[in-house]
Write a protein that binds this ligand. Structure first.
Ligand code: DER
Length: 229
């Protein structure tokens, strides 16, 4: 369908950015899935990267399946390029991520890379973060209730993320849970809210990716556009 074709176009375009000898970070989600698949295709055709670090166990499995040589941050703590999707992208290229529950490793890998390029379909573009999606926060299970209270004090409606079609809480690759924070009017000042959230002990990290992405490859009805802050 149309949305999938846009995701695929963005992911495929991003795979063209990868050069021989590069260390690459692989994002998580359906758009990143297209990137990983396209990168695997380029490697089959002769591209020789040094290795790829995945931002989730799922992406790592896919990378292996499509023939991408995987490595770790222990062997390669600095990467050349990180490619990942986003749930929301504002005009300053500030992002909300974490819809797929991988935000902590995504942020770890994104900050290990010299360059972070976002790939998305045009439905992810928003004027104000938090208008279409909640802001996810990764939280240590031991701390759920005090953290919930502090998030509610910031004005958020807080929901513990469940596994799909289940009452059990979603558990991240790191053994934590996700609290999804809905701000009814969106987030007017993402830096301020992110700073306040990061201060909450037991909250490991947020889905705010502020001033991290260098550019965004956006596919939509007018084809592909490259946005820069
Ligand atoms: O969970 C994540 O951060 C994903 O990257 C998400 O933000 C984008 O997922 P999608 O490409 O499946 O829309």
């Amino acid at each position: 369908n149309l949305l999938e074709s846009w995701k695929k176009a963005a992911g495929t375009r991003a795979a063209e950015l990868v050069e021989d000898g590069m260390l690459v970070g692989l994002g998580t989600g359906t758009t990143a899935h297209y990137f990983i698949t396209a990168l695997g295709q380029r490697i089959q055709e002769g591209l020789q990267i040094k290795g790829a670090v995945s931002s989730s166990l799922g992406s790592q499995e896919l990378a292996k399946k499509v023939g991408i040589p995987v490595t770790t941050l222990d062997f390669n703590p600095t990467l050349d390029l990180y490619i990942d999707g986003a749930d929301e992208i504002d005009p300053f290229l500030r992002l909300v991520k974490g819809g797929g529950g991988a935000l902590l490793r995504e942020k770890i890998v994104a900050t290990a890379a010299r360059r972070f390029v976002v790939i998305a379909d045009e439905t992810k573009l928003v004027q104000r973060l938090g208008t279409h999606c909640p802001i996810p926060a990764e939280v240590v299970p031991f701390a759920i209730t005090p953290v919930r209270r502090r998030l509610e004090a910031l004005g958020a409606l807080v929901k513990l993320r469940q596994k799909p079609a289940s009452d059990a809480p979603f558990i991240t690759d790191n053994g934590n849970v996700i609290l999804d924070c809905t701000f009814p009017d969106g987030v007017a000042d993402p830096e301020a809210i992110d700073t306040a959230m990061q201060r909450i002990v037991g909250l490991v990290d947020t889905g705010f990716f502020l001033k991290m992405a260098e550019e965004a490859i956006i596919a939509g009805k007018d084809g592909i556009k490259v946005l820069r802050p």
